[in-house]
Design a protein. Structure first.
Length: 274
């Protein structure tokens, strides 16, 4: 009986080989290596792909950065050149204006020698605010012997007539003012009439008989009889011809020789030197 019990106990007590755990670890490691081999290849492949992609992105970024820098520098250069061009254009415009003024003054001096009357050179210092198209202000007045009624001209043509005088300034009514009337002659057609202003519209000569051979472009000059305006001084040219409502005469528009918006220097024709 004891013998049976002993045998049973021997069967229940399983002996563990101390080397069996090490073997299992080796087998497990070998198995993991088998599994990890393909996976590590995938990881390495993905790493290489990501590295290549990162390199391409970096190259693209550097290229874009360089292009952006070049564009900014070019834009700055263009802006600088535009500023220089604008500055040069302003200076050129100023030089042209000075040249025009000098030329105008020279022509006025030459014109002065053709008159027997006293002449006073003046600068235009402004327009009257309420009559921009019809009146200007000059920088000479009674202190320079200027009087109302004196004619005002420049090297291009007749400007107008003095209507108000202060000590050092005077107001000139331009040919564009409807109240300004002047006797004129269309030289080639030998047709005379009265020129009347019309503010910002061309002045007109009314009631010219139909029999006169008036044509577009013909010269219109001062009649100069019994008035303060010099005879034969240019007024302008015929720009339009229309028949009056009465059917027996013409209304003739005249393009003035002067530029009302760009009057800088004028000459006042005073009393006779005799």
């Amino acid at each position: 009986m004891n013998t049976i019990n002993n045998e049973s106990n021997d069967d229940l007590n399983i002996k563990v080989d101390p080397n069996s755990g090490f073997v299992e670890i080796i087998v497990l490691f070998f198995f993991i290596c088998l599994l990890a081999g393909p996976f590590s290849g995938i990881v390495l492949s993905l790493s290489a792909s990501f590295a290549k992609l990162a390199s391409q992105v970096n190259l693209q970024y550097q290229s874009t950065k360089q292009l952006a820098t070049a564009l900014i520098e070019s834009s700055a250069k263009i802006k600088h050149l535009e500023q220089e061009l604008a500055k040069n254009q302003v200076e050129l415009a100023g030089l042209k204006e000075q040249t025009r003024d000098t030329s105008s003054l020279r022509k006025l001096l030459d014109l002065k020698n053709t008159f027997k009357s006293e002449t006073i050179a003046c600068d235009v210092i402004g327009h009257t605010p309420s009559n921009w198209y019809s009146q200007i202000i000059i920088d000479k007045g009674s202190n320079n012997n200027i009087q109302t009624g004196f004619a005002v001209i420049n090297s291009f043509g007749v400007v107008g007539q003095v209507i108000e005088v202060a000590a050092d300034t005077a107001v000139v009514r331009l040919l564009t003012d409807p109240q300004q009337k002047i006797g004129v002659i269309i030289k080639k057609a030998n047709a005379t009439g009265i020129l009347v202003g019309s503010f910002d519209k061309p002045p007109v000569i009314n009631f010219v008989p139909l029999g006169y051979p008036v044509e577009i472009g013909q010269e219109v000059v001062c009649l100069g009889k019994g008035g303060s305006f010099p005879p034969n001084h240019i007024i302008g040219t015929v720009s339009r011809i229309a028949r009056e409502n009465n059917g027996a005469s013409m209304q003739i528009e005249v393009k003035l020789a002067i530029n009302v918006d760009n009057l800088t220097s004028v000459m006042v024709i005073g009393q006779s030197k005799n």
